[in-house]
Design a protein around this ligand. Structure first.
Ligand code: FES
Ligand SMILES: [Fe+2]
Length: 318
């Protein structure tokens, strides 16, 4: 959270992630820095740092490079055409890997677009949506035609088109307890009639706190995946991206339409998140039990030293 990094590709083809700020005098390596071999050279005085371990290997005007000269390097990986960085507040190394989607690597599925949203909410709110079964039939039933502005989504004009959702959420077991799955069955009703051709089943597999793969497999519309990533930017500010990869032989309008529908539905949640508060002891009923299960599952991603939000509610000094 609040970290600035420089990402570069070495001549060995590998992507490296290091702290953006040079340990010498603090210049930003990502602004004007140049790649030499597998090193990055600072734009200010030309110090060079190795991508894999951050060690300084050259100071152009100094006789000797001190042993302790290095920039922090971040554990990262490149998978599914994305560069991912591992963050652990206690500095522990990666505890799982992000699975590869082979169809993306072998170009059977190709990039068809991306959305980006900045959301003012507690990080946990976003994944918790998957286990919040009751909100689907309330918030997401009105058709995408009625848009994302919650003041108008229930307008009667668009009532003839409705989404039906059937959902189930559950955590995976060892050795994948950092994963969970949501099964979604979506149906479209137009004037009360069900259109089976547009039935979509989606498996949303969450890997760790910040990544979800939404896998589409539809007889009529083809196969593909939306990758959903949550990156914490600052306390109560998250950046969420959705990137779609889809069967290359399906006209691009299909995945673009799917991403658009997903985006409109997502923006309804965004309007809730942007304006809600995080309730640590929610008032739940029996039918909400998956939410409690989700909270238990998500708690594995916090540790003793996880940053906690401090705020004073009964005093006036901030
Ligand atoms: S600030 Fe980077 S080399 Fe001096
Ligand atoms: Fe939602």
């Amino acid at each position: 959270i609040g970290e600035q990094v420089a990402v570069f590709r070495g001549h060995d083809g590998k992507a490296y992630v290091v702290d953006a700020y040079c340990p010498h005098l603090g210049a930003n390596l990502a602004v004007g820095g140049r790649v030499f071999g597998n090193c990055i050279e600072c734009p200010f005085h030309g110090w060079q740092f190795q991508g894999d371990n951050g060690v300084c290997v050259k100071i152009p005007y100094a006789e000797k490079v001190p042993d302790f000269a290095s920039v922090r390097s971040w554990p990262s990986c490149e998978v599914n055409k994305q560069i991912l960085v591992w963050f652990h507040c206690d500095g522990e190394g990666p505890q799982w890997i992000v699975p590869e989607q082979p169809e993306i690597t072998n170009d059977e599925w190709v990039y068809r677009g991306r959305t980006e949203h900045f959301i003012n909410a507690h990080i946990q709110e976003i994944p918790e949506n998957a286990a919040d079964i009751a909100h689907l039939s309330h918030l997401h039933t009105p058709s995408m035609l009625s848009g994302a502005d919650l003041r108008y989504t229930n307008s009667k004009i668009w009532e003839f088109v409705q989404h039906d959702w059937k959902v189930d959420w559950k955590p995976e077991s060892e050795p994948n307890k950092h994963c969970s799955q949501m099964f979604v069955k979506h149906a479209l009703r137009v004037f009360g009639c069900h259109w089976p051709l547009l039935d979509v089943s989606v498996v949303a597999r969450q890997v760790g706190p910040g990544i979800v793969f939404l896998l589409f497999d539809q007889t009529f519309l083809g196969r593909g995946v939306i990758m959903h990533c949550v990156t914490p930017v600052e306390p109560l500010l998250q950046c969420v991206t959705h990137t779609i990869f889809y069967q290359s032989n399906i006209p691009p309008v299909v995945p673009k339409f799917i991403l658009k529908v997903e985006c409109i539905q997502f923006e309804r949640d965004v309007m809730i998140w942007n304006n809600k508060k995080y309730v640590s002891k929610p008032l739940l009923v029996k039918e909400d039990s998956a939410i409690q299960k989700h909270r238990r599952w998500f708690s594995q991603f916090y540790s003793e030293n996880s940053p906690r939000l401090q705020y004073q509610r009964d005093k006036l000094d901030f």
